[in-house]
Design a protein around this ligand. Structure first.
Ligand SMILES: NC(=O)C1=CN([C@@H]2O[C@H](COP(=O)(O)OP(=O)(O)OC[C@H]3O[C@@H](n4cnc5c(N)ncnc54)[C@H](O)[C@@H]3O)[C@@H](O)[C@H]2O)C=CC1
Ligand SMILES: O=C1[C@@H](O)[C@H](O)[C@@H](O)[C@H](O)[C@H]1O
Length: 337
């Protein structure tokens, strides 16, 4: 059985997901694409040699009888309407982060999915599929470092475009940590605060960069998360969990270690697409497998909501300079593990 997939938004990650479905994964075929920039959708069809219809409107694509499942990879503010439309049509939907740009928007999706009575939504949080994060989780779950007490994280991008504004450090970038740390620690968040170090000169005037997010979890773990999106030198993701009896560090991506010209050197990646390439493959393969088995198991709409609640609190904290509470709705039993 081949799952017929429609892709809404054929920009950077939409095109990359279409490529992996077509060239790397099994069980799926891209049969429909849509982008507000039609020429871009047509270019992706041509470049990947897809046998896919180009739709003028994402909602029409969702309704199409020959589309079994939908990938929402358009800009964040459009996600909620497309995911709701897919749920209404009873179709499986993989939505890139953020599930919606506000917690309220995510809750609308949660409520629609619960009312549909079936898990239809998987959120594109790929880090729980990353082998490095899985090793970290095993170390914690197997009590190799004792009870986690503190986590030190860094999320560094070499540069960002000038359309990137201060709140995007949270809703676009830190959202990955806000998701993966809940999963890693099996915990939820209690409070957040954002503090601003000295600003780098390698940024646009409107952007506060870097930023440090300070988080307290419900179990009392303290997290410091550095977001530095114009760090110049590479795409660098760090995570170090300090427990009562040891420390577990996120492994570096595999890279050749060179001894030459009196130097010990290894390359640092510069592109998020490469850093998590395997995790993206595995998450989407898992989505396709989940549809085949009619049981999705990846990050849920509730996970999307939980990250968004924390993100909303962080954005408030960016503006207030205060410690802000993270207040979640009660989790529907539908999402019990
Ligand atoms: N999981 C991850 O690591 C990553 C996730 N993302 C997420 O994926 C989404 C897309 O990001 P990128 O591909 O980097 O952006 P992009 O700007 O390269 O592509 C987005 C595409 O969506 C199209 N689009 C916008 N509104 C639309 C609408 N109403 N209907 C149809 N098409 C529409 C745009 O024309 C554009 O081609 C964002 O939500 C972003 O946060 C992006 C990069 C990495
Ligand atoms: O999701 C992503 C981008 O949208 C975001 O802009 C980057 O900061 C992240 O590192 C990348 O993983």
């Amino acid at each position: 059985m081949t799952i017929r997939i429609g892709v809404i938004g054929t920009g950077a990650i939409g095109a990359d997901h279409a490529r992996r479905i077509t060239q790397t994964l099994s069980g799926g075929q891209v049969v429909a694409v849509n982008d507000v920039n039609r020429a871009q959708a047509e270019a992706v069809v041509a470049r990947l040699g897809l046998d896919a219809k180009v739709y003028d409107n994402g909602h029409e694509l969702i309704q199409a009888a020959d589309v079994d499942a939908v990938l929402v990879t358009s800009w964040g503010p459009t996600h909620e309407e497309f995911v709701l439309s897919a749920i209404k049509a009873g179709k499986y939907v993989f939505c890139e982060k953020p599930l919606a740009t506000t917690a309220r928007g995510c809750l609308n999706i949660v409520e629609a999915e619960v009312a549909a009575g079936q898990r239809l939504v998987q959120v594109g949080f790929m880090r729980p599929y990353d082998k490095g994060y899985q090793l970290l989780k095993q170390a914690i779950d197997n009590n190799q470092i004792g009870e986690p007490l503190m986590v030190h994280c860094a999320h560094r991008n070499p540069t960002v475009p000038d359309s990137y504004v201060t709140s995007m450090a949270i809703v676009d970038t830190a959202i990955h940590e806000l998701d993966v740390l809940r999963w890693l620690l099996d915990d939820d968040y209690k409070t957040v605060q954002v503090v601003y170090p000295k600003r780098t000169r390698h940024r646009f005037e409107h952007l506060a960069d870097p930023q440090i997010v300070l988080i307290e979890t419900q179990k009392g773990v303290r997290i410091d998360l550095e977001i530095f999106v114009n760090c110049q030198y590479g795409y660098d993701i760090q995570c170090s969990v300090v427990g009562e009896t040891g420390v577990a560090n996120l492994p570096e991506p595999q890279s050749l270690l060179l001894r030459t010209e009196a130097k010990l050197a290894t390359n640092i990646l510069t592109d998020w697409k490469q850093r998590f390439i395997e995790a993206y493959d595995i998450e989407l393969q898992d989505f396709i497998k989940g549809i085949e088995q009619q049981q999705l198991s990846g990050p849920t709409a509730w996970d999307g909501y939980a990250a968004a609640v924390a993100a909303d609190a962080c954005v408030l904290a960016q503006e207030s300079g205060q410690i802000e509470p993270v207040v979640m709705a009660e989790r529907p039993t539908f999402y019990n593990k």
